[in-house]
Every structure is written in C-alpha cells, then in structure tokens.
Design a protein around this ligand. Sequence first.
Ligand code: DX5
Ligand code: ZN
Length: 221
Amino acid sequence: MSRLAGVAPSVLAADFARLGEEVARVLEAGATVIHVDVMDGHFVPTLSMGPPVVTALAEQVHGAGALLDVHLMVDRPERHVEAFAAAGADHVSVHVEATPHVLYALQAIRTAGCTAGVALNPGTPAEAVAAVAEAIDLVLCMTVNPGWGGQPFIASSPEKIRRLRALVGADVVVQVDGGIDAGTVGACAGAGANSFVAGSAVFGAPDPAQAVREIARRAAG
Ligand code: DX5
Ligand code: ZN
C-alpha cells in the first residue's frame, strides 16, 4: 500500500499559534501524512500559507516517519514546485484547472524528487485524469469547492470517486478532500478512495487524536 494512503489531517484547520503541538497530537494518533493547503488569492479567492510553513514542519513530520503532502490551489503551480520541494514537501498536488501545462507541472514535481498528484475540482469530469495518468501517483478528488475548510461534503462525490478509481487502476492513490468526517468517509472508501484529508473534523474536534483514529476506523469499514 502506498505510504500516501490513510487519514491526512489538514493543518488549515489547526491553531497556527500552536502548530507544532497540533501536528504532534495527530502524528501520535497514527497519521502518516500531513496535508498542507496552499492558496494564492487567485485560483481560489483565499490566501493561506507557503513554503515557510512546510519548512517549519518538515523536521517534526519526517522525524515521525510521516510525509508532507502539499496541495497547491494556485495558478501556474509549475512556478512553485521547486520551492516546495526544497522546503521539504514529499508529495505535491496541482490542479488540472490551474495551468495549461499540467503534464509539465507533474513531471517537474517528480524531477524535484516528490511524488505527484493531480487535483480535480467538483466541476471537472473524472475523465480529465486519463491524459495524465502515467505522470501521477495520486489523484485528488475535491469533495467541496476548494478555498475554505468546514464546508459540507458534496453528496454526489462517491460516484465520481468510483469513476476515478476505474480510470487510474489500483496503484494510484485516490484522495478525497473536503467535508470528510466519520460520517462521510465510509462512502468514499467504499467507492475506492484510500486517502482521506480531514481538516475541521480533526482539528475542530475536542480530541484531534481520537478524531483521527475514528475516521481511520470508519474508513476501514
Ligand atoms: C479546501 C482544502 C481542504 C480543507 C478541508 O480547499 O483543500 O484540504 O482543509 O477542510 P475540511 O476537512 O474542513 O473540509
Ligand atoms: Zn486540500
């Protein structure tokens, strides 16, 4: 099984004043992937974080044997791949809608030594993955519109996840992102997803460690 599989807590929902402590709690709970959401105020209207946050987390996350998964919600992501790789990213996902050069961007990610993912907005058909299937280790299926945490899961997503799994085969990770919690993760896993990004359901919970374990348990069926 890919090292990218499993529950991937999104630090977007963490308390940034205590980021190290927040990450330590979910790593102790068994999370092996930490998801970092990068927003540029163009591709999505919001702004979030950049390479310095990846640098700040790299030693702690790698010391625990876990991976840093960077989700670029930015226009022309190929311009930023090297900076995130140098900051310590292990995996980088780019949106197919964000660049006319998505294959180039994916190749640049692998050249930089990271695994590569393509992300699809809710309005983008699953079939968009076919053209870049050879160049990816992961396909990220947005299960909300990108740009904000805490939104409700789009109910039609499992159908799209099923199509994506059929298109990419067994070896590519199918990641779901947005509105994932103990109630929605089962349908995603049942449809073929094997990586589960969760922000508010983890860091908004009274006990984030318990939330990670519960989402993992529900994902396993
Ligand atoms: C949304 C981001 C997500 C976000 C998920 O644009 O890509 O990773 O952190 O947040 P929740 O889990 O709260 O929907
Ligand atoms: Zn994300």
